[in-house]
Design a protein around this ligand. Structure first.
Ligand SMILES: *[C@@H]1O[C@H](CO)[C@@H](O)[C@H](O)[C@H]1NC(C)=O
Ligand SMILES: *[C@@H]1O[C@H](CO)[C@@H](O)[C@H](O)[C@H]1NC(C)=O
Ligand SMILES: *[C@@H]1O[C@H](CO)[C@@H](O)[C@H](O)[C@H]1NC(C)=O
Ligand SMILES: *[C@@H]1O[C@H](CO)[C@@H](O)[C@H](O)[C@H]1NC(C)=O
Ligand SMILES: *[C@@H]1O[C@H](CO)[C@@H](O)[C@H](O)[C@H]1NC(C)=O
Ligand SMILES: *[C@@H]1O[C@H](CO)[C@@H](O)[C@H](O)[C@H]1NC(C)=O
Ligand SMILES: *[C@@H]1O[C@H](CO)[C@@H](O)[C@H](O)[C@H]1NC(C)=O
Ligand SMILES: *[C@@H]1O[C@H](CO)[C@@H](O)[C@H](O)[C@H]1NC(C)=O
Ligand SMILES: *[C@@H]1O[C@H](CO)[C@@H](O)[C@H](O)[C@H]1NC(C)=O
Ligand SMILES: *[C@@H]1O[C@H](CO)[C@@H](O)[C@H](O)[C@H]1NC(C)=O
Length: 867
């Protein structure tokens, strides 16, 4: 969320052990569950889960991956995976498979005849194939905005529901590759009615600590605002989603010996294979609380020749027949989840998230929060355009019901492009060959500041002062003058000499762990920390509508600081233009990249914590030097970097002051010491960081190194909601709504200030999706943080809502269906001590069009309208 007021939830940063668990339930995937192989409660149950991890674009494009083009890069054709797996499943009904990415499923499905489609569906119906994940892509969790994530699941799950029906409705969040995990992602899964969230990548030290406590499975309390937000979460025992060494038989990335179970053969090895696998099982079961463990059997784009895998897994399973300790069988994530929940473990509750992701004392995946800065802005604009296009097509459809199908078809390709952009190899660090030179650059460079409707004089008396060198010196807002400085600085990227950990597309690692350097105002190539400030040239303009100062730092960096006059402009805008970071700026001889930041510093300000948003919604508390590897002092900068999707803020209770920066795209950011806030705005790194991409981060457009333009908005105010000047909230609310791009003039009645229409889009036949969201958090504001009831019957006047039915968040399941089949509940001993916690979430008693929303709640409806 982008409000100025900050949720002051001081939740502890680590799991709360043996906390009372609130009742937890959700509909199970009954088609799959009914067909699970039997559990043996006297043995360790080993769930083998065949899977193929199919990136929706990485080293090749989606098309190249699907058809199997350009195989010298990666020998992959995803179409063959479908064919090959179907044949293998026909051989033996005990075999299982999971299907994850709907972008590939949909491409395949549309090209099949009815017979092939029926075959696939029969495997979904008989539990041999479980559909998991189900979004258009497996989205990134750091740089994505919640709206885009919801949209890409809504579209993916819609296609699954339309083609596969009830049995094909995913209930499992399967995020095995993203580079760190957000709490909002867990919340989205929970709100979509999912049962469980599986992931792999988290910081090694955090994982080690959880292993010691047998805590790799826990309940993730995914929201500080929503009731009933816990979702069962399971972290893999292995360090990757590949099969354990020795059990990888695919022709891609594998070299394990096949299993030979012919006693006559001198290569007979099933006993040694069983012994080795038993060792893995014995080692890893200690990490978990129940007598179940899962192994993902597969990897990137595996199962193109599925029998290679299945034949060997069959023999492995056979090798464990009658094993006294281990019951080994084909399984799926829902079967595993069912087995674990039936065992009723006492789980701990986690309220934090899993950022930044660190693989070692020096390898922090915090560069991708900023990499490819124009693509990240492009994505945000794309989301706004999609949201607007959805609304316009919905309105057009209301007027012209005859052509309702056309209005939906208009949106199809944009929905899919945006879904692909959310992929964890796209919005993060997309490969240079994937975007055409004339797309992003042009749009971004030409992007015009939003039209601003300017009215009377500024009521808020927002102002700023520069010092004698023309750098920011102080800010006046809400009746307070605060000394705040701002300047641009550069980190020098580590070039990987020595330990081979270089700054690159994914990794951010300043050389020697050192702080940023002042940018040399006129030259800048050598890494000299300019300590004698230079006076920078400025041009200032004062007008009736806006006052602005243009600062020219050098030939690749300028900034305009603006104050708008008129109502609701209670902020200062920093409009920066950075680049090209060419060879005169970057030290190419030793491959020292440059990573440019903007740094704000508030004098006499003390903050131990800072706050960053989770995918544009709730704020997360961050503690400096707390996370996440053994010794953060070895990388004091990058270990403190977090994803900032829309807002970063600091507060000083003693001074009753908080300062926030809102950004226009995802960036990495931090508060490295009291009073400091920084955001990384652009990067050029000259070394590949050995994470598989095999290219440097040196973007060019129009024959030049990339130029990036963007905006930051600075706001400040009191820390306490009670004494806060409500007008600042009004500004923030307007700003939030602007950024959500939903100032729809088609609305006949204004919605309350704290309610936003998150989605209005044409849906199947004569229907529409309508999503309403409460945009304030609990305790955020005395006036706006209350629950609110909206009467929506008249909002689309002259059309009235003729039917309305609530769904889960992704609109693929009627809410009543989900609620009526509550199957099992998590319980703990202490839950009985707090019986009130077992009460179901307060349910609304609204009449059909009187919609009650609690803080941060999103409700999704399928509606029809008539005139
Ligand atoms: C295959 O990849 C190479 C190297 O990236 C590229 O030059 C070529 O155009 C690609 N070929 C096709 C058919 O896409
Ligand atoms: C099991 O754990 C032991 C002790 O840590 C280790 O030596 C062994 O290599 C592990 N076995 C496997 C297969 O990982
Ligand atoms: C859960 O904890 C309670 C109380 O500590 C205990 O009685 C119960 O046996 C535990 N359950 C399991 C499965 O460990
Ligand atoms: C990094 O450390 C090395 C060795 O201490 C030193 O020679 C070098 O100047 C440092 N580089 C920077 C940019 O501080
Ligand atoms: C460069 O100088 C600034 C003060 O002007 C200081 O904050 C920063 O830490 C210095 N950076 C390095 C790497 O010494
Ligand atoms: C800039 O440096 C890079 C090395 O990173 C080199 O490949 C490129 O040719 C140089 N460009 C110019 C214009 O010299
Ligand atoms: C990294 O910089 C050092 C100088 O500090 C240089 O000796 C080394 O060759 C550079 N490594 C690369 C890969 O450019
Ligand atoms: C990380 O650094 C600490 C010392 O600060 C050391 O004890 C630990 O072994 C290091 N971890 C690894 C994996 O090297
Ligand atoms: C906020 O609520 C207080 C107390 O209910 C009221 O006095 C005040 O007028 C409200 N402010 C706004 C802007 O609605
Ligand atoms: C899912 O698909 C079925 C079959 O087409 C349909 O009847 C049902 O309404 C769909 N569910 C939702 C929530 O759209």
């Amino acid at each position: 969320m982008m409000q100025i007021k900050i949720i002051c939830i001081l939740l502890s940063l680590v799991g709360v052990f043996s906390s009372p668990l609130k009742s937890y339930y959700s509909q199970e995937n009954s088609c799959v569950i009914q067909k699970c192989h039997a559990i043996d409660s006297n043995k360790i149950n080993v769930h083998l889960i065949p899977h193929s991890h199919d990136d929706v674009g990485w080293l090749k494009t989606v098309e190249e991956y699907y058809y199997g083009r350009n195989d010298s890069i990666q020998n992959v054709g995803v179409q063959y995976i479908f064919e090959s797996v179907l044949q293998a499943l026909e051989q033996d009904s005990s075999r299982r498979f999971i299907q994850v990415e709907t972008a590939f499923f949909w491409k395949w499905w549309n090209k099949q005849n009815a017979k092939k489609q029926t075959l696939f569906k029969s495997f979904v119906d008989n539990g041999q194939i479980e559909m998991v994940g189900g979004g258009w892509s497996m989205n990134d969790e750091a740089c994505t905005n919640y709206q885009s994530t919801i949209n890409q699941f809504t579209w993916g799950l819609r296609l699954l529901n339309d083609t596969l029906g009830d049995c094909g409705r995913p209930k499992i969040g399967w995020q095995i590759d993203p580079f760190g995990h957000s709490r909002e992602q867990a919340s989205i899964f929970k709100q979509m009615g999912y049962n469980a969230f599986f992931f792999v990548r988290l910081s090694k030290a955090t994982k080690d600590e959880r292993i010691l406590n047998a805590d790799l499975e826990f309940l993730w309390k995914s929201s500080a605002n929503l009731d009933d937000s816990e979702i069962f979460t399971s972290i893999f025992s292995t360090d990757s989603y590949f099969a354990p060494n020795g059990f990888c038989w695919d022709y891609l990335q594998c070299d394990s010996d096949a299993i030979n179970n012919d006693p006559e053969s001198f290569d007979y090895n099933v006993d040694t294979k069983v012994a080795l696998f038993s060792e893995y099982i014995a080692n890893y079961t200690k990490y978990y609380k129940t007598n179940n463990i899962l192994f993902a059997m597969g990897g990137d784009f595996q199962y193109q020749a599925a029998e290679r895998n299945y034949i060997n897994i069959d023999r492995l399973i056979k090798g464990f027949e009658n094993n006294p300790k281990y019951n080994v069988f084909y399984s799926t994530p829902s079967c595993y989840y069912k087995a674990v929940s039936d065992a009723k473990p006492n789980l701990t509750v986690t309220t934090t998230d899993f950022f930044p992701y660190a693989e070692s004392n020096h390898t922090y995946w915090s560069g991708y929060y900023t990499s490819r800065a124009t693509i990240k802005r492009f994505e945000r604009s794309g989301n706004n355009i999609l949201q607007a296009a959805n609304q316009l097509n919905a309105f057009a459809k209301m007027r012209d019901q005859q052509k309702s199908v056309d209005y939906e078809n208009n949106l199809k390709s944009m929905r899919e492009v945006m879904g692909t952009l959310q992929h964890h190899d796209a919005i993060t660090d997309i490969r240079s060959k994937f975007y055409a030179p004339d797309d992003a650059g042009t749009v971004i460079i030409q992007e015009v500041v939003n039209d601003i409707v300017l009215s009377a004089a500024n009521n808020y008396d927002v102002n700023f002062e520069l010092d004698s060198n023309n750098l920011l010196d102080s800010v006046t807002m809400n009746g307070e003058t605060v000394k705040i400085t701002q300047k641009f600085m550069a980190y020098i990227s580590n070039n990987g000499t020595g330990d081979h950990v270089a700054s690159g597309s994914y990794i951010f690692r300043p050389i020697n762990g050192s702080d940023a350097f002042n940018i040399d105002y006129y030259y800048g190539k050598t890494a000299v920390n300019e300590t004698t400030p230079k006076k920078i040239p400025i041009t200032s303009t004062k007008g009736n509508l806006v006052d602005e100062v243009i600062q020219v730092f050098n030939d690749w960096l300028t900034q305009t600081i603006r104050v708008y006059k008129g109502d609701d402009n209670n902020f200062i805008e920093f409009d920066w233009l950075v680049g090209p970071l060419d060879n005169n700026t970057v030290e190419t001889t030793n491959n020292y990249g440059r990573e440019i930041i903007t740094r704000f510093y508030v004098t006499d300000f003390d903050n131990e914590f800072f706050y960053t948003d989770s995918n544009g919604r709730e704020m997360m508390e961050r503690k400096r030097n707390n996370y996440p590897y053994d010794d953060p002092r070895q990388e004091p900068v990058t270990s403190n970097y977090f994803p900032v999707t829309s807002k970063i803020s600091i507060q000083d209770e003693a001074n009753d002051l908080q300062v926030a920066i809102l950004n226009d795209r995802s960036q990495g950011g931090s508060s490295l010491w009291g009073g400091e806030i920084e955001l990384m705005i652009h990067r050029r790194t000259l070394r590949d960081d050995s994470k598989g991409l095999d290219e440097t981060l040196e973007e060019m457009e129009f024959g030049k190194y990339l130029v990036v333009r963007g905006q930051h908005y600075l706001v400040l105010g009191s820390t306490t909601a009670a004494t806060n000047d409500a007008t600042s909230d009004k500004w923030t609310l307007e700003k939030v709504k602007d950024s959500l791009n939903f100032q729809w003039s088609g609305l006949q009645h204004a919605l309350p200030d704290n309610v936003n229409i998150l989605s209005l889009e044409p849906w199947k036949e004569s229907s529409y999706i309508l999503r309403l969201e409460h945009i304030m958090a609990k305790d955020e504001d005395i006036n706006y943080s209350k629950e609110v009831t909206v009467d929506i019957s008249e909002i689309f006047s002259p059309y009235t809502i003729s039917s309305i039915r609530e769904t889960t968040l992704a609109a693929n399941d009627w809410l009543s269906d989900t609620e009526s089949s509550n199957s099992f509940k998590w319980k703990t001993a202490r839950a009985h001590a707090n019986p009130q916690l077992l009460e179901p979430a307060t349910k609304t008693a609204d009449s059909e069009t009187q919609i009650l929303l609690t803080p941060m709640q999103i409700r999704t409806f399928i509606i029809e309208v008539s005139k």
